[in-house]
Ligand binder design. Structure first.
Ligand SMILES: NC(=O)c1ccc[n+]([C@@H]2O[C@H](COP(=O)([O-])OP(=O)(O)OC[C@H]3O[C@@H](n4cnc5c(N)ncnc54)[C@H](O)[C@@H]3O)[C@@H](O)[C@H]2O)c1
Length: 331
């Protein structure tokens, strides 16, 4: 039996493929390469010694998705594929709803038609909207502040309704906090096409000189130094969280877990750690707050530890060192 990883050439997906292959799983990747490159399949092979089967297929192409299930014996799907840029989702909401939601519907129709009922879905801490308190627990109220977040929330609801209607399905919703860092080999990491939307790839491109300076959005929040506080988690820990989540797929219905470290660091603390660990100055400018941003966002990750035996172990320094090692290795 194989595990299908949608979005498997992307940032989190590629690290998860490596982790699964190293733990003995047979992995098949489906990705349309809209935000990743096919060479990642070769990098996964270089790291693990095993080349996963790769399909360059769009989830919106239902016939293509059907072919992947027809040609393989898939019993579990790890579903990363989706568009994820918050700003772009405000400008192109229909494209985001279509890609993320229609893509997911095509996937679950084909799963059902092929007797495949186990799914892990990449959700996000963005579904907590503007939480009233931190740390954030899984049972906090849900809301969103942009179309990207709304696609995540809608997909969570669709999958929950599916599990109510059909008890053959088991679904795990993983709500990620802020993944950064890269594999120790520096072969795979966060390498988005175009100008990065997330903080760390922006920082590493400033460090490299590809971008002139970093914008820090607001220094007047009610936090330790006025800048936003986030729960940065090493992508290796996040990848391992998916393997741990397989345990929750043994029972039917929906299970929900936060994947974070439980610690918050401010943007300035992150810059400081990056400069210290890598001995590089990051020029930055304080600009206005970004609409929709919140002061503090970090997880209560105790449920995943209690029920899945999973806990993040990598430090902020390790995240900063590996992110720079990766960026500086890109030609
Ligand atoms: N990186 C983060 O900070 C973060 C935080 C929370 C949640 N997530 C979610 O985790 C998932 C993976 O994120 P990532 O950072 O690895 O992003 P990524 O862009 O690196 O990976 C997503 C992959 O999906 C592919 N893809 C997009 N639409 C597709 C489609 N219609 N058909 C086939 N492939 C498609 C892209 O080409 C890309 O390789 C996403 O669903 C994202 O929303 C990411």
């Amino acid at each position: 039996m194989s595990v299908l990883v949608t979005g498997g050439t992307g940032y989190i997906g590629s690290h998860t493929c490596v982790d699964f292959i190293e733990k003995g799983k047979e992995v098949i990747i489906l990705d349309n390469l809209s935000n990743s490159k096919e060479e990642v399949v070769g990098f996964i092979e270089q790291i693990t010694g095993i080349r996963p089967k790769f399909y360059n297929i769009d989830l919106l192409d239902r016939e293509g998705v059907k072919r992947v299930f027809d040609e393989n014996d898939i019993d579990t799907v790890i579903h990363f594929a989706g568009l994820k840029a918050v700003g772009e989702s405000v400008a192109k909401p229909i494209e985001y709803y279509h890609n993320n939601i229609t893509g997911t519907l095509n996937l679950i129709f084909e799963m059902r038609d092929h007797d495949c009922f186990k799914l892990v879905f990449s959700s996000s801490a963005t579904v907590y909207g503007k939480p009233e308190t931190v740390p954030i627990k899984e049972d906090f109220p849900l809301s969103t502040t942009n179309p990207y977040g709304t696609t995540k929330l809608y997909i969570e609801r669709i999958l929950t309704d599916l599990c109510v209607a059909d008890d053959r399905f088991s679904v795990v919703l993983l709500r990620y906090f802020n993944p950064i860092g890269a594999h120790d080999s520096a072969l795979i990491g966060d390498n988005p096409n175009g100008i990065p939307n997330n903080l760390m790839p922006y920082v590493t491109r400033v460090a490299k000189g590809t971008l002139p300076h970093l914008n820090v959005f607001g220094n007047d929040y009610d936090t330790c130094d006025g800048t936003g506080v986030r729960d940065f988690i090493h992508v290796l820990d996040l990848a391992a969280g998916h393997y741990a989540a397989l345990k929750a797929l043994e029972k039917s219905g929906v299970s929900i877990y936060n994947l974070g470290t439980g610690n918050g660091y401010s943007v300035l603390q992150l810059i400081d750690a990056f400069e210290r660990v890598n001995n590089i100055k990051i020029p930055y400018q304080i600009t206005d707050r970004r609409p929709g941003d919140i002061a503090e966002c970090y997880a209560d990750a105790s449920k995943a530890e209690r029920e899945l035996g999973w806990k993040a172990v990598h430090t902020l320094d390790e995240m900063c060192a590996s992110a720079w090692k990766f960026e500086s290795s890109i030609k």
